[in-house]
Design a protein around this ligand. Structure first.
Ligand code: ADP
Length: 630
């Protein structure tokens, strides 16, 4: 159901510089503001075209003017900013009145949002820093008071001043127990502290607060020192928060298991806090993709204590509790590899372990796995969803007798198991002592890429399609780097996670299939349509034949799951491709993306790009596209 338009108009939009160094560009977009979202579209003579991006109203945290940059052309004299949960958008109104109208309308709709900011940046974020305060982190706390915040949040501003139901939602704290307001003393906030959830209040650096309760070692309950009691809303349970209540706290897990989980998450800034080997101490472990040849690295930081009993990761930033320290580093890397972006939890469902159990090093106990439902079926047999140790979701490939050359597979399995990359579906272990053999892998809730494209492709924007191809390319670059050939790369052999990340599956598995139809090039199952000429002529597999298949996969993605060369059978495809015939450009693909596909289909393997090259080409398109990715 579409919600009603509140305001609509053409505005100039600045690209959201995804990389610090990518230049800004400006595009006219038709902005449509409804109660649910602020979306922007391509347009043609005011007619709405393709949607290029959208921001959920609930996620907006601040809307405000921005100081124009020096020597700004006339069309960019009236900029304003929209700060939202995942980013920062700069838009230029046509004139002062137009800007006032947009800001006022936006403000009215976001007034009850839970995480409004009390500070903002009056200057642009340009070339890697804010012009107002020189901070280089795009999510750095603001450097100037955002006036509307105080108006919206100040309880003394009653209904008379604020139209409609604009009065503050949060009730004030109950009176501080004991006599007077400062029964436990006064605390001065060391840092700005933005509320992390509904039960939090904002603290401002250097401002004084009454401590009304210090029962919890990690949290104090506070009120404003100058009389007004501000507080943690009606949800006093927040007072009881302890480390155990935080998603990122995992307690006692081994370093190896921690690394596995962070790599599995695969996101820049994935992190967790675990107990150190030293009793009562903690370690923060964080994953960054940007190091070690893009396969990523996990770093472990011990939380230290200084002579004043304050804790820190970076000496200049000390805190009196672990949650406060984490909150700070969620916003500032301050010497860490990256800031802490994505908490990884052992409370989550997807946390299997490859701890050696049973017979071999990869043997899992069959009785630890309960099969719950069928996910699909493939070359080897049925694939089931399972629960491992009653807790963790896993996918279980059940290998029928005589469907696989088992000995060869078991030999190779160790190599495959050690190939661990965020964009490869992780192989966890096996149950091999009887048939059906179980191959246990990471569970991907959105199933195969091919069926996802067919069922949901129309809901995806071109940049999301590109992102899916990019994910596959990342995995393939990793395999290429490890000189591992996939041999059967295709959309049907990739899987989609719950956050739409795509991972490559079934790497190397084609070799173990015992099925004539599958193996021989005359058989219908042999993936001729994904094969390079040297493969269907001489079975000559290489990373370059994987590159050919990757070109076909990009085509599948941008055709939303169409069958390649759908009018031809395998024999005709061999003939046509040998004669130089290639797939056409799918409608949704730009010329540039099509050029990439065609480069993968060079007749000569040595003239095809490597995955490493492909990744950097695609990376540059992602930047160009950043314009439209809030
Ligand atoms: P095969 O490689 O033997 O042909 P597949 O691996 O393609 O079999 O699995 C068949 C189907 O099972 C897939 O299309 C997909 O729907 C489902 N499936 C396989 N592995 C997983 C997984 N890890 N998570 C979720 N679904 C899966």
């Amino acid at each position: 159901m579409q919600s009603e338009t509140i305001l609509e108009g053409v505005l100039l939009k600045r690209s959201q510089q995804k990389k610090k160094i990518s230049p800004a560009n400006y595009k006219e977009r038709l902005f449509v503001f409804t109660q649910r979202s602020l979306a922007y579209y391509d347009f043609d003579k005011e007619k709405r075209g393709c949607r290029k991006g959208s921001i959920d109203i609930k996620k907006i945290r601040c809307v405000e003017t921005v100081n124009p940059e020096e020597c700004t052309p006339v069309e960019r004299q009236y900029p304003f900013q929209i700060v939202y949960k995942e980013g920062l958008l700069y838009v230029y109104a046509t004139n002062q009145e137009n800007r006032r109208q947009w800001l006022e309308t936006l403000l009215k709709e976001i007034k009850d949002n839970p995480f409004l900011l009390n500070k903002y940046h009056p200057g642009f974020f340009t070339n890697g820093k804010f012009l107002c305060c020189n901070q280089s982190c795009k999510t750095a706390p603001g450097c100037a008071i955002w006036e509307p915040y105080n108006t919206l949040r100040d309880p003394s501003n009653s209904k008379e001043h604020l139209p409609g139901n604009l009065k503050p939602k949060r009730p004030s704290l109950p009176p501080i127990p004991g006599e007077g307001k400062s029964s436990l003393g006064i605390a001065v906030a060391e840092h700005d502290y933005g509320p992390q959830d509904k039960s939090d209040i904002s603290l401002m650096k250097n401002q004084k607060y009454h401590i009304s309760s210090d029962k919890d070692p990690d949290w104090w309950k506070v009120g404003d020192a100058d009389g007004k009691e501000t507080g943690r809303s009606e949800d006093t349970s927040a007072e009881k928060e302890r480390l155990q209540d935080y998603e990122w706290y995992v307690g006692d897990i081994s370093r190896a298991q921690c690394e596995q989980l962070l790599r599995q998450k695969g996101k820049e800034g994935a992190f967790m806090v675990r107990n150190s080997s030293q009793v009562g101490k903690y370690t923060v472990s964080v994953f960054s993709v940007a190091v070690e040849n893009k396969s990523g690295a996990v770093k472990h930081y011990h939380i230290h204590t200084n002579s004043e009993n304050k804790i820190y990761l970076a000496q200049d930033h000390c805190f009196d509790s672990v949650p406060k320290l984490i909150i700070y580093h969620q916003h500032n890397s301050a010497g860490l590899l990256t800031r802490l972006r994505h908490p990884v939890s052992t409370k989550a469902k997807k946390v299997p372990s490859t701890a050696p159990l049973g017979n071999g090093p990869w043997e899992l106990r069959r009785t630890d796995i309960v099969l719950t439902k069928e996910l699909g079926s493939g070359q080897f047999g049925v694939v089931q969803l399972g629960k491992w140790k009653g807790e963790y979701d896993v996918a279980v490939k059940m290998i029928r007798e005589s469907s696989m050359s088992e000995d060869e597979f078991l030999e190779e399995a160790q190599v495959m198991m050690n190939l661990s990359h965020p964009k490869l579906v992780q192989l966890y272990g096996m149950c091999t002592e009887k048939y059906p053999i179980y191959i246990v892998t990471e569970f991907m809730s959105n199933g195969s890429l091919l069926s996802y494209l067919k069922d949901h492709g129309k809901e995806l924007q071109p940049f999301q399609l590109l992102e899916m191809c990019y994910n596959v390319c990342e995995a393939m670059e990793f395999l290429e780097h490890h000189q591992f050939i996939h041999r059967d790369l295709a959309a049907r052999n990739c899987l989609v996670d719950n956050d739409l990340a795509v991972k490559v599956s079934d790497f190397g598995m084609g070799r173990f299939v015992l099925d004539d139809q599958y193996i021989s090039s005359v058989g219908t199952k042999f993936s001729v349509k994904w094969s390079a000429p040297e493969v269907f002529h001489y079975s000559k597999f290489s990373s370059k034949s994987d590159v050919w298949a990757f070109g076909i996969l990009i085509w599948e993605v941008f055709s939303l799951g169409k069958q390649p060369y759908e009018l031809y059978d395998n024999t005709q495809v061999v003939e046509k491709v040998s004669q130089g015939y290639r797939l056409y450009r799918p409608q949704l693909s730009s010329e540039e993306i099509y050029e990439i596909m065609c480069s993968c289909w060079n007749e000569l393997p040595e003239q095809r790009p490597t995955f490493h090259q492909l990744l950097s080409w695609m990376e540059s398109f992602r930047e160009d596209d950043s314009d439209d990715r809030p």
